[in-house]
Design a binder for this molecule. Structure first.
Ligand code: AHR
Length: 325
């Protein structure tokens, strides 16, 4: 058999083509984008809008194929969305549960389909915690405590004054509404002069916050000294109601809220809101990283808590340029 230079070259080229083709298909397989199904609570607040944006941006930057579903604040829509993600065989499911209870069945279905579930922002109340891999979000009880502690400090300025609080609660049955109420009550407990005189849900929206505050003002009038709102949107709604009733929010009535959205900083700069306790919605990058870790089989902590601060009106103007949501 004669050695021909041409046939050697031909074989080498053929081999190279086969090798490249082989690597090509292997890398194509490796590059197959991760598919994440995400069920969002809705679009009820400025916070939620920032949270949605953070998740969509992070997925895009990370090359994750995001299937996003807006539940319009209805649990049944979230259950439907999760079932549809299971049927589509997504790689991972993430969701921010509108309420705490009622998730066992659908989460068992996800587990049976071997699809890992990551909770973001809000927790669930299930007996079997193996139904989700991890929960990334704020410590809502601590946020409530921080709001209460701020009021205790403020009350030291007027120790003889009674402070009657009206509370605007978040969505009934949601983790932030339950926890922020508990945390605040823990902080103010034992103070006979500081008490909650009315408490009602404003469903985390500006419109409902205003509506409920109008009703509080009608029934309690000048008896109200403090508004404790479970989020900034409801506080902003309450501010409108107070102004329409001819009073000065932030001066005649102390306003305390939670989230730290830009709208709250603007209200503080205008002297209408006294303090906002931070709750970060910027969970997207962390969520994508954790999803990748879970899919790579790396261990992840069961609870990943977001770090947050407290912003009283005195620091609002200085902090405003640093706010990202
Ligand atoms: O779950 C987080 C809460 O939900 C935010 O405080 C609120 O603004 C949102 O609607």
């Amino acid at each position: 058999m004669t050695f021909s230079r041409r046939s050697f070259l031909g074989n080498a080229i053929q081999l190279a083509i086969i090798t490249i083709a082989g690597f090509g298909s292997a890398s194509a397989l490796a590059a197959k984008p991760v598919v994440m199904g995400f069920s969002q609570v809705g679009a009820e607040s400025e916070w939620r809008t920032a949270n949605t944006l953070s998740i969509k941006d992070a997925a895009k930057k990370d090359g994750i194929n995001l299937k996003f579903a807006d539940a319009q604040q209805k649990q049944e829509n979230q259950v439907k969305a999760i079932r549809s993600f299971i049927a589509q065989k997504v790689d991972v499911i993430a969701f921010s549960p509108v309420v705490e209870t009622g998730w066992d069945t659908v989460l068992r279905e996800a587990k049976a389909a071997k699809i890992p579930v990551i909770l973001t922002d809000r927790a669930v109340n299930v007996t079997d915690t193996s139904l989700y891999v991890t929960f990334i979000g704020s410590d809502f009880v601590e946020e409530g405590r921080r709001a209460g502690r701020w009021l205790l400090e403020r009350a030291k300025k007027t120790p003889d004054r009674t402070l009657n609080i009206v509370e605007l609660q978040g969505t009934v049955g949601s983790a932030p509404a339950i926890d922020r109420k508990n945390g605040f009550e823990q902080a103010i407990a034992g103070n006979a002069k500081i008490k909650i005189i009315r408490s009602q849900t404003g469903d985390f929206t500006r419109a409902k916050g205003k509506e409920v505050m109008e009703a509080f003002l009608k029934s309690q009038g000048k008896n109200i000294n403090v508004v404790y709102a479970h989020n900034d949107d409801m506080a902003i709604g309450a501010i409108q109601a107070i102004e329409e009733a001819g009073m000065k929010p932030g001066t005649d009535i102390i306003i305390i809220s939670i989230d730290g959205v830009k709208g709250a900083f603007e209200a503080m700069i205008a002297g209408k809101l006294n303090v906002t306790v931070e709750c970060s919605p910027l969970l997207g990058p962390q969520l994508m990283q954790v999803a990748r870790d879970v899919l790579a089989g790396k261990p992840v902590p069961k609870r990943i808590t977001t770090e947050e601060g407290v912003f009283p009106a005195e620091v609002a103007a200085k902090e405003f340029p640093n706010r990202k949501y």
